[in-house]
Design a protein around this ligand. Structure first.
Ligand code: GLU
Length: 389
């Protein structure tokens, strides 16, 4: 199929999408001093109202807490020069704590004028990596959507230390798309989509209307850029499109500064960049394994086992494992690689790392005599394994 045809099909699918996650970045919402850009904010809220009136279910992932906090603290000191906190430098987590309620208050006020009630949801990666909490988040967001309330999600910056962080709100949005079973993810940024090079510095940069999630060139073109208040840049958007696409969600990237972009993208107009997702549509526990868990260890397989898992539908037996890295417990997620470290997929281990090391390369009867018992016949059962696409 030609890129044009694929693009047209994706646009049609976007026009028909019912459940949508929209992510908006700080660079779009806020001005350089950290205050909200009123015109952009009002236009975003107007479009969210239009989507709701069309009967679509939207979850908004909004950055802007750190930026709003930065602006508010500066303002406070300007108007009260002798205040005790003047001159104290606040970290990003503290600024987010100041800014998050202000951001939500603005959403509440402006969206009320567009007929929408809002709810706040703050998450960390550790929340969604835990199956129980993941299911609670899914249930609550579903309840809110059923009631016509707009959930507004941000990372819980106060407690989000490195190891439990999503990393950036693009990654968070991809996971939220998966939590709510979205059909589409729209990332609103300050450029109008993906280019073959940085359009600010390279006059030969060409716009890319359609990309494939597997396209390494797209990732290279996205560079490593980060932004003033946010943590993302284009690279994190391409990675988010990939993550969402792995479970079948279509991602579009468009300029949040351009009026009407969100509703145009979701009407199927040729605006922004769309990413073709993988053809598979994972659901349930396997899609959670694919998107929400962070591996705690790695299993390296011999050629036979690697081949069996790549072909699909097979469980991993301990005899096929040549090496075990990391420290993990029974039920923890692990990465599965071939002998030279090429990733094959990820799954939940039925052995802890200690037992897995002792069982590696052995037949079931040998494991029972080595360990004194048999933790499980499979190291990873096929129901708990998801291949990379
Ligand atoms: N959670 C941060 C905020 O609301 C932004 C993180 C990001 O944009 O990636 O300010």
């Amino acid at each position: 199929m030609t890129a044009g045809r694929i693009g047209a099909d994706l646009r049609t699918a976007l026009a028909g999408s019912k459940r949508i996650v929209v992510k908006v970045g700080s660079q779009v919402l806020c001005q350089r001093d950290g205050s909200l850009d009123d015109a952009v904010f009002a236009e975003l809220c107007r479009q969210l109202g239009v989507l709701r009136a069309e009967g679509r279910e939207v979850v908004l992932v909004s950055s802007g807490a750190v930026a709003s906090g930065t602006g508010a603290v500066a303002q406070w000191h300007l108007s009260r020069p002798g205040s005790p906190s003047a001159g104290v430098v606040l970290g990003k987590q503290a600024l987010a704590a100041v800014g998050q309620p202000l951001l939500m208050a603005s959403y509440r006020d402006i969206l009320a004028g567009n007929g929408l009630q809002v709810a706040q949801i703050l998450l960390t990666h550790a929340d969604l990596g835990n199956r129980g909490r993941f299911l609670h988040a899914r249930r609550v967001m579903g309840e809110l959507l059923d009631a016509g309330i707009l959930p507004i999600v941000n990372e819980n910056d106060t407690v989000a230390v490195e190891e439990i962080k999503f990393g950036d709100n693009d990654a968070l949005a991809a996971q939220v798309a998966h939590v709510v079973g979205a059909d589409a993810l729209v990332l609103l940024t300050e450029v109008d989509g993906l280019y073959t090079a940085d359009p600010h510095t390279d006059p030969l940069a060409k716009f890319v209307p359609v990309a494939d999630i597997h396209d390494e060139a797209a990732l290279r073109a996205a560079g490593a850029g980060t932004s003033q208040f946010g943590t993302g840049g284009m690279r994190s958007k391409v990675l988010a499109a990939r993550k969402a696409g792995e479970v079948g969600v279509i991602t579009a990237i468009g300029s949040g500064k351009t009026p009407g972009v969100l509703t145009a993208i979701l009407s199927g107009e040729t605006v922004g960049t769309v990413f073709q997702p993988a053809r598979r549509k994972l659901t349930g526990r396997r899609s959670w394994i694919a998107t929400s868990v962070r591996p705690r260890g790695t299993l390296y397989l011999d050629d036979g086992a690697a081949q069996a898992l790549r072909t699909g539908g097979r469980s991993l037996l301990p005899i096929g494992v040549v090496n075990v890295e990391g420290k993990f417990a029974v039920g923890d997620p692990v990465l599965v690689c071939d002998a030279v470290g090429q990733p094959i997929g990820r799954g939940l281990s039925r052995y802890d790392s200690e037992d897995a090391r002792r069982a590696a390369g052995r037949r079931t009867d040998q494991i029972a005599s080595e360990l004194g018992w048999l933790p499980a016949a499979e190291l990873i059962h096929r129901d708990d394994f998801v291949r990379d696409v």
